[in-house]
Design a binder for this molecule. Structure first.
Ligand code: 4AD
Ligand code: MG
Length: 445
């Protein structure tokens, strides 16, 4: 009797007859042998059909199968150190194959395709091994993010997707008609979490967030998932410590659980191992001085120009890239000018032009993966900030209430799931980190 298995467990069945339900990834022929690469969603393995053993009829039938044909394959598992697959080193000596659908002309072949073609066929491209590996890493990162907070006393409170106002600037809002009113898709759940911490102490929200990003970059999606913890009685230093512990936990979990996928992606795992530890903390002012130094030392006029920046400007990607290249670990940059950050950040004592914000920049040029801050506590200063940012006062009445009834110092941060996956997988574009990405020029499929 053959046992139905998933390929990820194949190592447990050496010498036994198994049945695998899956899809043909590739097929090659060598004389009396056919090598079939079969995937079943959990992994990939090699099936070997030997003509004298299986007979002419079945051999011919397998030979005619096209890429992505769906098949149920039965055979005996053998160890073979050279057999490709995930897990590596096993193969199945084919005894029978039941063809569910013989597919011809699958659009995505092993040859090179342009990225727009692949994105148009994203519903099929997801079956390719690289895309499969990235999304498995994503699922593990997502679970690690949740586990970290669930295991540390945080309560998960969901926040609304339809909101009456902006929290992260008015330039990238998606409008939704809300009966007779104007609503917006949430850019963040943070302001609501600031309300729920006063009831639960430590909370997180984790869901899709939306930004009508009008620029085409490697780091921006219009719909992305953000994990946002918020803590009562927490200052900027404590916030950085929590972020560091959190990122360490994610890295360790992924390295432990998804090593084969990272190897399949060609990721240098030693770089990730090295990113576990204590992260340097530098101020915006120090970062600016470092950039000036780098700019001074470069002979390349284009790079010199790119690095031009004055106090008060936000960092662009060239600045973040240069800064992260100075460190082999993620680096905290804190104390940005208030004018480049959201309205709700606590001002620095005796330096009102600076705020208690902190970004965590990932190494190797990946840049910002986390944004966070201590939140403004004074109700009058908050109202003034709302006016300064030209936000509608009525929509924030409840938010100011929070500063009137048991206000406490509090802080929180947001990490973009897709940014974290891009960095950890070591890939060059964020669009591959989600199954069906939404960007400025794409909402199909
Ligand atoms: O720095 P941001 O805008 O901060 C907030 O939204 C705060 N409310 C978070 C908080 O304190 N609770 O965004 C946080 C993170 C960024 O560091 C980045 O990782 C990700 O969200 N992010 C994006 N990811 C993909 N595409 C975009 N368009 C993104 N915008 C932000
Ligand atoms: Mg930010």
């Amino acid at each position: 009797m053959s046992i139905e298995i998933r390929i990820e467990n194949i190592a447990d069945y050496v010498g036994q007859q198994v049945t695998i339900k899956g899809w043909m990834y590739a097929i090659t022929r060598k004389g009396k042998l056919i090598f079939v690469r079969l995937r079943d969603g959990s992994g990939m393995t090699q099936g070997v059909a030997y003509r004298p053993e299986i007979g002419d009829e079945l051999f011919e039938e397998i030979k005619r199968l096209g890429q992505e044909s769906s098949v149920i394959m039965t055979g005996t598992v053998r160890e073979n150190g050279r057999a490709p697959g995930l897990p590596k080193g096993y193969e199945v000596g084919i005894e029978s194959v039941q063809v569910i659908q013989n597919v011809q002309n699958f659009p995505i072949t092993p040859k090179e395709h342009g990225v727009e073609f692949l994105m148009d066929n994203r519903h099929l491209w997801l079956r390719s091994s690289q895309q499969w590996a990235i999304l498995r890493v994503r699922a593990t990162i997502k679970k690690a993010m949740i586990d970290f907070f669930d295991d540390n006393g945080y309560i998960n409170i969901d926040t609304p997707i339809i909101t009456p106002s902006a929290a992260e600037g008015t330039s990238n809002l998606f409008e939704v008609g809300y009966f007779d009113e104007q609503g917006y898709l949430a850019q963040t759940g943070q302001l609501y979490s600031e309300a729920t911490i006063m009831a639960f102490g430590k909370v997180y929200c984790f869901g899709p967030t939306f930004r009508a990003e009008k620029s085409k970059t490697r780091r921006h999606l219009t719909e992305f998932w953000m994990m946002e913890p918020e803590m009562a009685y927490c200052d900027l230093d404590e916030l950085m410590q929590i972020e560091e512990n959190f990122v360490n936990y994610i890295l360790k979990t992924v390295i432990e659980k998804r090593r084969p996928e990272l190897e399949l992606l060609g990721r240098d795992i030693s770089i990730l191992e090295n990113a576990v530890g204590t992260y340097p903390r530098i101020s915006y002012d120090e970062a600016l001085a470092m950039l000036a130094d780098i700019q001074e030392k470069t002979d390349d006029p284009a790079r010199k120009k790119e690095l031009d920046i004055e106090w008060g400007d936000d960092f662009g990607s060239p600045h973040e890239t240069e800064l992260t290249k100075q460190f082999d670990k993620p680096v905290f940059v804190y104390g940005y000018p208030s004018q480049v950050k959201a309205f709700y950040m606590e001002p620095w004592p005796d330096r009102p032009e600076v705020c208690k914000s902190v970004d965590l920049l990932a190494p190797e040029g990946y840049g910002e993966i986390i944004g966070g801050s201590e939140r403004m506590s004074d109700p009058e200063a908050l109202l003034a900030a709302i006016h300064k940012h030209e936000l509608p006062e009525e929509a924030y009445k409840w938010y100011i209430d929070l500063r009137l009834f048991g206000s406490v110092p509090h802080s929180g941060f947001g990490i973009g799931l897709e940014r974290a996956v891009t960095w950890i997988c070591g890939i060059d574009h964020i669009r591959q980190t989600t199954a069906f990405p939404r960007t400025i020029n794409r909402m199909y499929p």
